[in-house]
Design a binder for this molecule. Sequence first.
Ligand code: XMP
Length: 606
Amino acid sequence: MTHDAIAVIDFGGQYAHLIATKIRRLHVLAEIRQPEDPTDAFRRYKGIIISGSPSLASFGEDSTYNKAIYDLDVPIFGFCFGHQEMAKHYGGTVVHGGREWGPADLRVVADSPIFKGLGRTERVWMSHFDSVTSVGPGFEEVGYTSLGESGEPHRFAAIASNTLRRYGVQFHPEVDDTVHGDEMIANFVLGVCGCSPSWTMERYVEERVDQVRRQVGDRSVFLLASGGVDSTVAARLLGMAIGADRLNLLHVDNGLMRKDESRQVLEVFREFGLDRNLHFVDASDTFLSALAGAVEPEQKRTIIGNTFIEVFEREAKRLGIEGHLLGQGTIYPDTIETGGTKRADTIKTHHNRVPVIERMIAEGRVVEPLADLYKVEVRELGEKLGIPHGLVWRHPFPGPGLGVRLLCSAGAAHSEGLADIEPKVGEVAARFGVAALAMPIKSVGVKADLRSYEHPVLVSGDAPWEKQLELAASLFRHVPGVNRCIWNLAPGAPARVKPLAATVTRARLDLLREADHLVMEGLRRHGIYDAIWQCPTALVPLEVDGRGREFVIVRPIHSERAMTATPAQLPAGLVAELCEQILPLPGVSGLALDVTTKPPGTIEWE
Ligand code: XMP
């Protein structure tokens, strides 16, 4: 059967694949295409969407992409960079400036099929440095965003030429935080392009099973199984494709797991009958000695990824199953955030995408049946394949585990840029009547599809939840160099925090494990574990009191696909309990809640 299809041109934006996923959820086939693909490759599509990009449209011409697509009589919808490129192509202007991060209100000022059935004001999600400042002949402004606080509108946030069937929006309709983004995509795909919905998840499973069979042939697979939803669903799918006999599972305790986790994971595997060829190895010593002295986040990830492979090969040899393919439950964000598509920036190198694994992939020695799915699809698939609800809905836990939540430092302050940041932070804090301190460390974030490594700001004072979020948004908007806002839960307002020299040690991991355990227990006790998507706890080597004790940060978030996130509010009772339980832990001097959206902060601190 042939399906109506949409082409998504991947300019390396963090969300290109998400666009395809959203279209598939409408039961319409969507395929990712490269910008330089020949014009003929685009003829069979009923519509084209141009994604965002880490590149700047204001920078000049991207001579490598095929602009003949604009000559096709096919509707085109541009998002962010795609919107800017389209505006430029048809005679408009794009400038470097007018940046916006996170939520914005779009005022719709003209009729457009994209906004059919929607309100005159729509909550949308922004992440950009450049903006469109004029449009060419035949195009009109369909909407602008108002900043609220400063009152200055950002013009041309939505543009269109109904005659040419060309549409552009500065925001990202594909992310869940654009409240009616799905409707906008549906208006384009089903309305403007007239696609008929004939594509299903069952179809996806059949194709994937077929593909795995072709790739594996008569070989066997040795799957790294963490016990999380991704590797467990991958195990089920591989089992369906090649049979349980040819599937071996390896669960590695890398010393970076949660309290008591490996024991629980093995029990769960046994319970679900996934223990036929299940192997376990306690490799915590190997991992901790490999990590000794490492401080930089990317260096730690690379070490963790390499050590997984070292342990995998050692175990395969010990079990006499060398020559098996390496199986991984890699999902799409792992690839895209590692810069795994041609034009994407490296936000962070996921442990399952380190160079040694990339080499194995190139040699055809890796099988990853879920590599183009997002968490929400993996869960949908997990439920379809009969994996119990409790496992399917476990909070995601990163492969490098607590390794990315245990921040390390050489002890020197990261103070570059702080002199510029501090007065601006002071101004924003004064407007909200609170105290704020830019911190002399850095954490990873993502801004306009690019990796950022910038300062968090610690805020102390009383403010209702909405005000906390407003203050954070205001900081991100007005203070370059800041990508995170954390709210102090300890009494008083520290005037100064000092970095401590700290590396990956068992003692620090045990402290983090205990704090994390208290947070997880708290979420369960208050019945909100399921309502929260993920809640990392991080240990940050900063002291407030000159006694060498560290900071604990709790980051509850709501998300659907981990590509964007909003901070989740915890009940006041739970916050009070966490203060009582975590602040007295030996080695802890501070406790804060992270109230940062993604972008500009990533979910994990590293
Ligand atoms: P970030 O921090 O990039 O996280 O916003 C997005 C999602 O991915 C998880 N995460 C990882 N998962 N290996 C993984 O398997 C990694 O290196 C890694 N880093 C982040 C994170 O927990 C969140 O769910």
